[in-house]
Write a protein that binds this ligand. Structure first.
Ligand code: NAD
Length: 484
């Protein structure tokens, strides 16, 4: 069994209950974890409260040193962690390895920033005291909670742990119920490497009880959620009235626009990775593709050819050459929802060019053949809802104004991309796309160096970049007057 990490110790749930984590590729039990309850959440918060003062006052370069020591321990265990992530999540080994590297890069980025946190001096009007001046001192906000989904459990833990620890905040991580294993191992390694007890903790169990207790606890000052918009709403209802610092990284339905002058090879690759990486279970995935009519046929033909090369299978194995391995969907419910969304589009007249069915002979896992769909009605669920799986609806557009208007006609606003060499078009898209991030000739990817987050129903606040630190720091205003 993989235990929880509370106050620097590996522990069971206070009630002694456990639950099993199953492999989406074959239904086999990977391991079991404690079924944490409200009392476990309270124990973690108490330990974090006790750790806060010392961690906030630990010299920033010492904080960085301890984070880096933890990173070194993770690197020593990279191969085992990669395999474990594939087993519990389902993604192929090369994707799991990529996720762990992204996590390490982000942690190194924030370790580097720990000693760069600084305040400002503000000149003040002389009316009260001619010699007064203001200083804005950043202080850590306090005990923080990070609630993480199952699609990228490790990078999305890192986007919370990195800035929290760098800023001087203790943080408690609650992973999704179905992906707690690699998370707990990494939290254990970071603790073993020297983090003081209570600074980084991990608890396992259901969001509705354990998660709810964490975010409603009066001593928790900061809540960072990555999850669905429905969960975001619940978190706002619980933590909002308690005036906690909240950031919500929620769903998305990223549009990708391909103009006639785009580099077609690169754009097709961008759509492939953008839609089918992680079996399409990504927030910033390309979920609506808008092709100019001049390149519609050529692009679609190349795309469909490539999608046919995907071979669903266990993430621990390689696809037969020259095919590309695509893992199972994470749960049976996830696959059922994708099937229903596609069926709805077909009922409204859509045509499936490739995929969209369950591959034969793979009955033990939640496998699904990746799909490309055309003639999709704007009213269909593939357009109005978030599609969290490998189904790509493709639309024909006549000009950029039409493409941007249709791209923006969505409740979501996480990312968007335009593929063109025309600076005028690129500039228009960058200004007019209603999304937190715009990529020009670039796959939808969340760089640690750039602020990451959405507008509209995609959430509030930002992770990544130096900007993420602002959500873990209070700008305390100190006025110095009458010192003469
Ligand atoms: P989810 O909302 O079901 O769960 C996310 C986390 O919240 C889990 O740890 C869950 O246990 C917890 N939770 C659920 N109810 C809770 C409650 N009432 N109180 C406290 N915690 C609670 O999401 P999921 O299915 O795990 O992940 C998929 C969703 O996440 C998709 O909508 C996807 O777009 C979104 N996502 C967004 C981003 C982003 O950065 N914008 C990144 C990845 C995933």
């Amino acid at each position: 069994m993989t235990q929880m990490v509370i106050n620097g110790e590996w522990v069971d749930a206070s009630g002694g209950k456990t639950y099993e984590v199953k492999n989406p590729a074959n239904g086999e039990v990977v391991d079991s974890v404690p079924l944490g309850a409200a009392g476990d959440a309270r124990a973690a918060v108490e330990a974090a409260v006790a750790a806060f003062g010392e961690w906030a006052n630990t010299a920033p370069d010492k904080r960085a040193e301890l984070i880096m020591a933890g990173i070194a321990r993770v690197k020593e265990n990279l191969s085992d962690l990669t395999t474990l992530l594939t087993k519990e999540q389902g993604k192929p080994l090369f994707e799991a390895g990529g996720e762990l590297h992204h996590f390490l890069h982000g942690m190194e980025f924030y370790a580097g920033l720990a000693s760069k946190i600084r305040g400002e001096m503000a000149p003040l009007p002389p009316a009260m005291n001619p010699k007064s001046y203001g200083v804005i001192m950043p202080f850590p906000v306090g005990v923080s909670v990070g609630i993480v989904p199952w699609n990228f459990p490790i990078t999305l833990m890192g986007t919370k742990v990195g800035p929290a620890l760098a800023a001087g905040c203790p943080i408690i991580i609650k992973p999704a119920s179905t992906t707690p294993l690699t998370t707990m191992k990494i939290i254990g390694l970071l603790n073993e490497a020297g983090l003081p007890p209570g600074v980084l903790q991990g608890v396992t169990g259901p969001g509705k009880t354990l998660g709810n207790e964490l975010i409603s606890h009066p001593e928790v000052r900061r809540v960072a959620l990555t999850g669905s918009s429905e969960t975001g709403e619940q978190v706002m209802q619980v933590a909002g009235p308690k005036f906690k610092r909240i950031s919500l990284e929620l769903g998305g339905s990223d549009p990708m626009i391909v103009c006639p002058d785009a580099d077609m090879r690169k754009a097709v690759n961008g759509a492939m990775i953008g839609r089918y990486w992680n079996a399409g279970q990504a927030c910033l995935a390309v979920k609506r593709l808008y092709l100019f009519e001049e390149v519609y046929d050529e692009f679609l033909e190349a795309l469909v050819d490539k999608v046919k090369r995907y071979e669903p299978g266990d993430g621990l194995t390689k696809a037969e050459k020259p095919n590309i391995r695509i893992g199972p969907l994470h749960t049976a419910g996830q696959r059922a929802e994708i099937q229903e969304q596609l069926a709805d589009a077909v009922e409204r007249g859509a045509e499936v060019l490739v995929g969209g069915d369950i591959p034969a002979g793979l009955d033990n896992g939640h496998y699904y053949n990746p799909a490309v769909v055309v003639n999709v009605s704007e009213e269909s669920r593939l357009v109005t809802e978030e599609v969290f799986g490998p189904v790509l609806p493709v639309f024909k557009v006549s000009n950029l104004d039409e493409a941007i208007a249709r791209a923006n006609a969505s409740q979501w606003g996480l990312g968007s991309s335009i593929w063109t060499n025309n600076m005028k078009w690129a500039n228009q898209a960058a200004r007019e796309m209603q999304s937190g991030m715009v990529w020009v000739n670039q796959i939808h990817y969340g760089y640690d160096e750039m602020p990451f987050g959405g507008v509209k129903a995609s959430g509030i606040g930002r992770e990544h970049g130096p900007e993420a630190l602002d959500y873990y720091l209070e700008p305390k205003s100190v006025v110095f007057g009458g010192l003469d």
